[in-house]
Structures are given as structure tokens and as C-alpha cells.
Design a protein around this ligand. Structure first.
Ligand code: GLY
Ligand code: MN
Ligand code: MN
Length: 435
């Protein structure tokens, strides 16, 4: 948990970006039933976390840069000794003011009646439409009411603006404390991948490795996985979002593990692929060398001014060359890129933003073209190659091989820093860790 001053300075930056003629509503998403009367564990919306660090459900933040006094208003669940006996302590209205920096705090149940007065008479309302139907309806009803009260001095905002415009630009540029949290998340995640390499052997089950990984996350003080842990052995590695993790690992299998620990609400995102037996077969080695070379040369491109599209284009070219060399594709590299034939074996992007969300917020383009990377941005670099076992016209030796290598990379003024550099990916290091 960061110092309250961190959140105060983020709110200050957001209030400044909004300017005096705008207000913002930032709100938690509803708690979700899992089955029967059991709920999914609640995890706060990252926008609320970014601005307050407040982790309780049913929380709304109204930011009003132009207001004289109540610039930061919070609606929270009030203290309730009986409910707190069941569900744990609440900060309550006093806590919202004293610990979370609200200028004013009200019970969550009063949001409906108070919202109009808080958002009227400014030009822009910054609010993320489309995430929560009930809240969308409340905002729409509030705007409709304000349309009728203009003569009495309360008019609705003229525009509803997406939080991507300001808030997500702030989140995209990481500050030192965010980079420290990501570094710790990366360190714990590296430990977990090493533990999985150590525990993974023919005969073990994918879910045993999932347990080793998630156990390491929790034992080391992380919140758990920042996204569902993927452990895919053999041809399961060719399924991009394989999370069933239910199969036994066979001798000769490669194991693809994509797992990231969430620490202080920031998540790492590492993929490693390794031989369960401790030694790559020649065919596995051919594909691994190709992906590793592609990944390392792609990471080397990460620097201020470069773009995610350039990094991806590099990977597409390098991988397509390799696909032709290995007999997965025929013809020329340019033709196979032009007709997108490479997508049969490399069908995902190479990079995404990383932060509070694994696929973190922030615009990828400016004026329709990829934006240049800047110091403080954090990206993944994760090329892969996947040969489905039943693919037509591919060499038999390559069937069922799925390999991805993924690191987390901070853009710095001088180039980049790989947060996940200590997680082995060179062939010798990987084989040693697996033995
Ligand atoms: N683990 C999700 C991803 O790599 O994008
Ligand atoms: Mn990723
Ligand atoms: Mn990943």
C-alpha cells in the first residue's frame, strides 16, 4: 500500500488535467455472484485504486476541479458493526476523509440524490460508460433531470468524455513507486516460474504447477495471480488462453507457463516455455531458438521513439522467415507477410501496456498511427509460435509445439530495462532450471 501522499499527488494531477470546466465520476464495478450465493473475491476497479487506494466495494469518487471546497467527494459504505462482523472492517465516512483524502464523504446510498448537484454546470463529465448498466442508468437519469432544471440554474454537462482521455494517460506513464511495485511483482513471478520449472516433470499434472505458482505468489506477499495462470503441456501450449490446467505432463512435452503475480495491485506478466524432461528435442529446439532470437531482438528495439507496431512488425518478419526455413510456410517472406499466412502460427500481438491491469489502459495510437514509446511506459514483449497438432501441410516433427517467451519492459530515457530479466530464457539456463 502506497503512502497517502502518492494518491493525493495522482488526484492533483488528474484534477489539473481535467481543468475547471469538467468533473469526473470514478466508480467500483459491482460485486459478482460466482454461483449460488457465493461471490467472486472482490477486486477494486483499477481507476479507483489508482486515485485512492480504496479497496472496498460500492465506492464512488466524484472529482470536481472547479469546486471551491468539495473537490474530492467519496461515496462509501458507512460503518455498520453488524455487517462488519460478517464481512470485515469498513473505512466508513470518517475513514474516507481521514485515510483516503476525501474532502467530503457520503453514504453510498445517497449517490443517486446527490449526484446532480455534484456534476452540474460544467462542460464535460468524464465517466466510463458501458461498464455497469445500473450506474449508466443513474448517470443518464441524472443528466435527464438536469436538462429540466437549467432555468433554475443547474444544467447538465454538455459532453460525456471517456476516461481514456486524461485518467488513462496518467496511468500509462508510470511513476517510480509504480515501477517499484512492478519490479517486486516481477521478482516474485520469476521465483514462481523457477519453482514450476523445478517441480515440472513427466507425470506431474498441469494443475500441480499452477498450485506451485499461485502458492509462491501468496507466500511472498502478492495478492495472487493478476490473471488466470496458464499451464499448458504438449499441444495445450498451442491454445492461447488455456486455463483448464487439467492434464498430465507427458515425457517429451514442452510446458508453456504464462503467469504473473499481482503485488500492490500491479501485475507482472511472464511467459516461459520449457522441456518437462529437462532437455529440448531437436525439433523443439529449432522453434525455441527462433522464438528466443525473435524475442531478444524485439526487446532490443524498445526505446523512446520506437513504437509497439515496429516491435510487432519486426517479430512478424523474423518469425515468418523462420516459418519458411522450418517448412511451415512456403514462398517468400514478403508474400507470406502480405497474405498474412504467418497468422496461422503467430496470431496475436507482440506487446501491450502493463500496470494495474495486465492489459493496461492507455491509447495505442495517436491520429490513427502507433504512438512513440516514452520513458515510464511499461510494455510486454511476447512473440510466440504455435503449431496446432492437426495443422495441414506442416512437418510432423513440429506438430503440437507451442512456444511463447514474454518479458516485461520499462522504457527508460536511455532505452529500456527488462524487469523480468532474471527469469531464465537462454536454452542452457532453462534446461538447468528444469533438471
Ligand atoms: N497473460 C496475458 C497476456 O500475455 O497478454
Ligand atoms: Mn502479456
Ligand atoms: Mn502473458
Amino acid at each position: 500500500m502506497f503512502d497517502p501522499a502518492v494518491f493525493a499527488s495522482r488526484r492533483e494531477a488528474y484534477l489539473k488535467a481535467l481543468g475547471p470546466d469538467a468533473v469526473a465520476i470514478v466508480r467500483s464495478l459491482p460485486e459478482r455472484l460466482r454461483n449460488g450465493d457465493a461471490y467472486h473475491p472482490f477486486r477494486q476497479h483499477s481507476d479507483v485504486l489508482y486515485l485512492t487506494g480504496f479497496v472496498e466495494p460500492d465506492a464512488t469518487l466524484v472529482l470536481r476541479p472547479g469546486a471551491e471546497t468539495e473537490k474530492v467527494v467519496m461515496f462509501v459504505r458507512p460503518r455498520d458493526p453488524e455487517m462488519e462482523t460478517w464481512d470485515g472492517k469498513r473505512a466508513g465516512l470518517e475513514g474516507a476523509k481521514e485515510r483516503y483524502g476525501a474532502d467530503a464523504a457520503y453514504p453510498a446510498a445517497e449517490l443517486r440524490t446527490r449526484l446532480g448537484d455534484l456534476i452540474c454546470n460544467v462542460d464535460e463529465l468524464h465517466y466510463a460508460l458501458g461498464l455497469d448498466d445500473d450506474m449508466d442508468l443513474m448517470v443518464a437519469a441524472t443528466l435527464a433531470r438536469l436538462r429540466k432544471t437549467e432555468k433554475k440554474g443547474k444544467r447538465p454537462p454538455r459532453a460525456v468524455v471517456d476516461p481514456r482521455v486524461h485518467l488513462h494517460e496518467l496511468r500509462l506513464h508510470k511513476r517510480p513507486e509504480e515501477l517499484r511495485a512492478l519490479a517486486t511483482a516481477s521478482k516474485i513471478t520469476t521465483e514462481a516460474h523457477l519453482a514450476a520449472m523445478h517441480a515440472g516433470r513427466p507425470g506431474a499434472f498441469e494443475h500441480e504447477l499452477e498450485a506451485v505458482i499461485n502458492y509462491t505468489f501468496r507466500r511472498r506477499g502478492g495478492a495472487g495471480p493478476g490473471y488466470a495462470t496458464i499451464v499448458g503441456a504438449g499441444e495445450n501450449a498451442t491454445i492461447l488462453h488455456y486455463i483448464a490446467n487439467s492434464c498430465a505432463i507427458a515425457d517429451g512435452d514442452l510446458v508453456l507457463v504464462d503467469a504473473g503475480c499481482e503485488y500492490d495491485h500491479y501485475t507482472a506478466d511472464i511467459t516461459r516455455t520449457w522441456p518437462a524432461s529437462g532437455t529440448f528435442t531437436p525439433a523443439q529446439r529449432d522453434v525455441y531458438d527462433l522464438v528466443l532470437d525473435t524475442q531478444k531482438t524485439a526487446v532490443a528495439l524498445a526505446r523512446p521513439g520506437a513504437t509497439i507496431d515496429e516491435i510487432h512488425d519486426h517479430c512478424v518478419r523474423r518469425l515468418t522467415e523462420g516459418m519458411i526455413r522450418l517448412g511451415l510456410l512456403a514462398g517468400t517472406v514478403d508474400d507470406r507477410i502480405a497474405d498474412a499466412a504467418y497468422k496461422k502460427f503467430y496470431m496475436h500481438g507482440t506487446s501491450h501496456w502493463l500496470g494495474l491491469d495486465v492489459h493496461d489502459v492507455g491509447a495505442y495510437t495517436r491520429g490513427g498511427v502507433a504512438r512513440p514509446l516514452e520513458p515510464g511506459m511499461v510494455i510486454t514483449v511476447e512473440p510466440g509460435l504455435y503449431v496446432p497438432a492437426d495443422a495441414e501441410g506442416v512437418p510432423d516433427r513440429l506438430r503440437g509445439i507451442g512456444i511463447r517467451i514474454e518479458d516485461d519492459v520499462v522504457i527508460t530515457t536511455g532505452g529500456h530495462e527488462v524487469l523480468t530479466a532474471s527469469c531464465p530464457k537462454e536454452v542452457d539456463d532453462v534446461e538447468r532450471a528444469c533438471r
